[in-house]
Ligand binder design. Structure first.
Ligand code: GLY
Ligand code: MN
Length: 463
């Protein structure tokens, strides 16, 4: 946990944004793998963590605006708990770490909420995303599961987004820690990569680094020599010379802050000229995005600028044609770059995605595009100092998508399909870094940049 005043300050900032009602943060319960007693590693809900800090199961936090009280609901360990898990701190002791003096047994949560509901008071809660939280909320609030999202508090959602978007110095420090672990994960993957071994051999070793740093991965690692598949969690292939291995993976620290990096490397340790030509276009798009990201700039505009670098590069390579600005306006680049340039990152790898991307990545000034490809941009709004986000352009040759666009003549005035045919077995390339917005621009997070130039990658792979 951070120091106590971090949590008291966050709760009082929330109070200043919510004029009335009872704010409920339902923490997570244990989640079973294959029977009740065999559980996944526990991970607290991020909103609960942000305001109450405790990464432990079966807790709820309640902020009563009118009463001016903050309370944690949870049970003290009983003798059974102590026999199996050893001496555990009391609820009073735990709550004090979050600056809370009011502690009640978990069963009293129902009484508190019933009393508020009877008085017609508003219960503010965020949209639940886990089955057990939905069932519990439905039971506690007397709402049908299907109605919960509608009844979730837009005022609370917007207030949380306002607070969590601008990272505090202690959060940036923690994210940077996650980035340094990410560096170790990716450089190990580079050193292990070679033809003839299974992908999972690398995945397992790489993920072990996150565990050895007293954390875990921030999401299931994407690692595949079928690098044109955007989110591939299958690691069963034997690595082949001539292919490229994409690794999209990050760490979550023990304080639950994330990193999220992607590198794409030649399986045999040396880029071919054909691979390098495309690779350097993606690298140029990544570098340009980091050069121009700054406060007050719409991240949508950074995305479009990166798309133009990609289009220009693909035009030079003979894969696209026509006017670059027109091609990007028509969305022609999305044949090769069908996803967004990046997303917010913090306690969640896609930070606050549970609250809804239309609140996190967009606002009254800018709404999400409906155009194929750009519609997948998770963050389009104006950047502010201390936003933490990813920069992750890519170029992919996805045979099914190419075949669809070719047969339906989509953007055919901007695509040289004959040349594209020569790349059907090329795979894809994505290069992702993590940045924080500063006073005048942005700063890449992590002590060192994970090897990214041809020379750096080939040198790391030779070790
Ligand atoms: N790292 C996976 C993603 O950003 O979607
Ligand atoms: Mn990402």
């Amino acid at each position: 946990m951070f120091k106590t005043d971090i949590y008291t300050n966050r709760r009082s900032a929330l109070r200043s944004l919510i004029p009335s009602g009872v704010v409920l943060f339902l923490g997570h319960v244990e989640s079973p793998v294959n029977y009740a007693g065999n559980t996944y590693r526990f991970r607290q809900d991020s909103n609960f963590l942000y305001f109450f800090g405790l990464n432990l199961p079966q807790l709820a936090g309640v902020i009563d605006i009118e009463e001016g009280t903050d309370c944690i609901y949870g049970n003290d360990p009983d003798i059974e708990d102590i026999i199996w898990t050893g001496n555990l701190p009391s609820m009073e002791h735990l709550a004090a770490q979050a600056g809370i003096i009011s502690v009640s047994p978990y069963r009293d949560l129902r009484i508190k909420l019933m009393s508020a509901i009877r008085k017609g008071r508003k219960i503010h809660f965020t949209p639940p995303y886990r089955g057990d939280s939905k069932i519990m909320l439905s039971d506690l609030l007397g709402l049908r599961i299907g109605e919960l999202d509608n009844y979730s508090s837009k005022q609370l959602i917007k207030s949380i987004v306002k607070l969590r978007s601008e990272k505090e110095p202690c959060e940036i420090e923690e994210i940077e820690r996650a980035c340094d672990i990410g560096y170790e994960m990716h450089t190990l993957a580079m050193r292990l990569c070679r033809p003839g071994i299974f992908e999972y051999h690398i995945t397992g070793a790489m993920e072990g680094i996150a565990g050895a740093a007293n954390g875990m991965t921030s999401f299931p690692s994407i690692q595949s020599q079928n690098s044109e598949i955007l989110h591939n969690h299958n690691h069963n292939n034997i690595l082949q010379s001539g292919k490229m291995l994409v690794t999209d993976a990050g760490a979550e620290t023990y304080r639950c802050y994330a990193s999220d990096f992607t590198r794409t490397i030649p399986v045999n340790g040396k880029f071919t000229a054909k691979q390098l030509e495309i690779y350097n276009i993606v690298l140029a798009a990544n570098n340009l995005a980091q050069e121009i990201a700054k406060p007050e700039k719409f991240y949508y505009d950074v995305h479009i600028a990166a798309a133009k670098v990609i289009t220009e590069g693909l035009k030079s390579a003979g894969l696209m044609k026509g006017n670059v600005d027109d091609a990007v306006q028509c969305g022609a680049h999305a044949l090769f770059f069908p996803h967004g340039l990046g997303h917010m990152m913090g306690l969640d790898v896609h930070d606050m995605e549970d609250l809804g991307e239309k609140y996190v990545g967009y606002d009254d000034e800018i709404q999400r595009s409906t155009q194929f490809g750009t519609a997948n941009l998770r963050l389009g709004r104006r950047l502010k100092k201390n936003f933490v986000l990813t920069v992750e352009p890519g170029i992919y040759f996805i045979p099914a998508l190419i075949s669809k666009w070719k047969s339906e003549k989509i953007n055919s005035s901007f695509i040289n399909f004959q040349k594209v045919n020569e790349y059907l077995d090329f795979g894809g390339i994505r290069l992702e870094d993590n940045i924080v917005i500063t006073d005048e621009g942005c700063r890449r997070l992590g002590k060192r940049r994970i090897p990214i130039t041809k020379e750096e990658v080939e040198e790391e792979m030779s070790k």
